[in-house]
Ligand binder design. Structure first.
Ligand code: ADP
Length: 497
């Protein structure tokens, strides 16, 4: 394992060591009950900071601040082009501090620092800039009504109100950016809760939002775990919850939202995304595509390509190629030179990945490579490939959220039959297709039940492309134009003339 550790920059070290607070109504505060929780570096398995650990009382304060900021209108009533400028300024500030933010993300989440910078900070800046252009374009319509007489009928699109945003630990900055940028563009006010494991970049983002000049109360950050998230989901004065995380937690958020005030809910949940490799696939694309589809972020990505269906004629060559890619991956500490894959987020997650893999082996899976944790104080797991599978096995059906790939062989040449296997899942987040035949690619894309489909590439993403899941992978879409559907209410107005 790669242990040659480069020291973080002085600004990063200073930031981690300072006293952290929650941002409520433009001020940094400790938890109302004074509680703190410890933040870990998962690559070293050691505590690096204390942060406040909130409760429902802190959520109440943050929601009250967001409500005042919404109703009093400094944000909602601000001219759209002025809102754009502030959002763009936030993107500039993130870009200016990209090195520090990337180091913080790497230290707190474990991802290699180069990945944090190019794959998380950069795309967050891009997404925020893309979204900054939208406030001036969120328009209603005029409607040609058919009722008797002459009418003037039109719609207005208005911000939904105070939004609670709950994000996970696997892409802490990027998930926060995806949430806050469209809510701000729509004129909503925000209470953001980062995951309890990874609050540092969200706090840094909040500090930059203060510097950018957002009015107080527009963007609040509360810290804590399930208790704080649950207090948000059941809060009577939050108008909408946007959540990214597990399907289990998404279900409980939807239930709590329904039981209190029927707040709007958008959910971006789990996946078990299939990768289909056809006999004519260009293996020089398919092998690295499959490998990066599962080993990026140590498999802790909701769209990870964790189930491969490879035609029997290419199966052995594909599996050999992905296995050698797995074995040559530089697994190591995020700040170590050249690391390509970091640790899992926590000892809990390491145990979960280990036990799910062991369960697969008990059910009959064979380990092609990996299949165990690495010797380390951090939470490293070897890039793993499991074969000898059947569609009923738990490692084929359940999301593992680790660097564990399940490979299945198919013999069928019928596209409907292949699609049936790929679609045999409660999830529907992403899928990819490797073939050189355009007809096969697009016919297959039409048959797959998933929100994002890549052709000859597993991860496809762009700030302008909508993202979200079919079935139990979620409700609604983020990014692109469609994200605004979940942050705006439509008001229909008509007058007989
Ligand atoms: P994981 O189990 O992998 O940590 P979760 O879906 O539980 O994933 O966590 C994602 C986010 O949801 C985190 O910010 C977490 O604190 C929050 N969360 C966890 N449980 C609840 C809950 N019951 N209600 C609301 N938010 C929750």
């Amino acid at each position: 394992m790669n242990v040659h550790i480069k020291s973080p920059g002085a600004a990063t070290t200073r930031y981690i060591a300072r006293r952290h607070g929650m941002l409520i109504d433009g001020k940094w505060r400790q938890a109302a009950n004074g509680a703190v929780s410890q933040i870990m570096d998962p690559g070293l398995g050691k505590v690096i900071a204390d942060v406040p650990c909130g409760t429902g009382a802190d959520v109440d304060l943050a929601v009250a601040a967001a409500r005042r900021a919404f109703e009093d209108g400094p944000w909602r009533m601000m001219k759209p082009n002025e809102r754009s400028k502030l959002i763009w300024r936030l993107a500039d500030l993130i870009e200016h501090h990209a090195d520090t933010i990337a180091e913080l993300e790497s230290i707190n989440n474990g991802m290699p620092v180069a990945v944090a910078k190019a794959g998380h900070v950069g795309p967050s800046v891009d997404l925020i800039r893309y979204t900054a252009g939208w406030p001036t374009k969120l328009t209603g319509e005029t409607i040609p009504v058919s009722s008797p007489g002459e009418w003037h009928a039109y719609t207005l699109r208005e911000p939904v109100g105070v939004v609670g945003q709950i994000v996970p630990w696997n892409g802490p900055l990027m998930m926060a950016a995806w949430k806050i940028a469209p809510a701000l563009a729509a004129g909503c006010t925000i209470v953001l809760k980062p995951a309890e494991q990874t609050p540092l970049t969200a706090l840094y983002l909040a500090e930059l939002a203060l510097e950018a000049g957002f009015p107080k109360g527009v963007f609040n950050v509360v810290l804590g775990g399930a208790e704080v998230g649950a207090a948000m989901a059941s809060h009577p004065d939050i108008d909408k919850i946007a959540f990214t995380g597990s399907t289990r937690t998404g279900r409980s958020i939807a239930t709590a939202a329904a039981a209190t005030n029927l707040k709007r809910v958008s959910l971006e949940l789990g996946g078990k995304s299939p990768v289909i490799v056809f006999p004519d696939a260009d293996l020089s694309l398919a092998i690295p595509g499959v490998a990066s589809g599962i080993f990026s972020n140590a498999g802790q990505i909701c769209t990870a390509g964790s189930r491969v269906y490879a035609h029997e004629s290419v199966f052995d060559r594909l599996v050999d190629g992905v296995a050698s890619a797995a074995q040559s991956l530089k697994v190591g500490y995020g700040l170590a030179e050249g690391s390509q894959m970091g640790p899992l987020i926590s000892s809990t997650q390491l145990e979960r990945v280990s036990s799910m893999t062991a369960q697969g082996v008990r059910e009959g899976a064979s380990v092609v490579t990996g299949g165990e944790a690495m010797e380390s104080d951090g939470y490293f797991y070897k890039p793993t490939i499991l074969a000898g599978l059947n569609p009923q096995m738990s490692v084929v059906r359940e999301e593992i959220f680790g660097p564990v790939l399940s490979v299945l062989r198919y013999t069928d040449d019928d596209l409907d039959g292949i699609a049936r296997q790929a679609n045999d899942s409660p999830y529907g987040l992403a899928a990819s297709i490797f073939t050189q035949n355009l007809q096969v690619a697009h016919k297959m894309a039409a048959r797959l039940r998933a929100g994002t489909i890549g052709i000859n590439r597993h991860f496809v993403g762009d700030s302008a492309m909508p993202f979200g899941g079919f079935r139990q992978s979620g409700w609604g879409r983020e990014r692109g134009r469609e994200v605004f559907d979940s942050y705006l209410e439509t008001k229909a107005i008509a007058s007989p003339l």
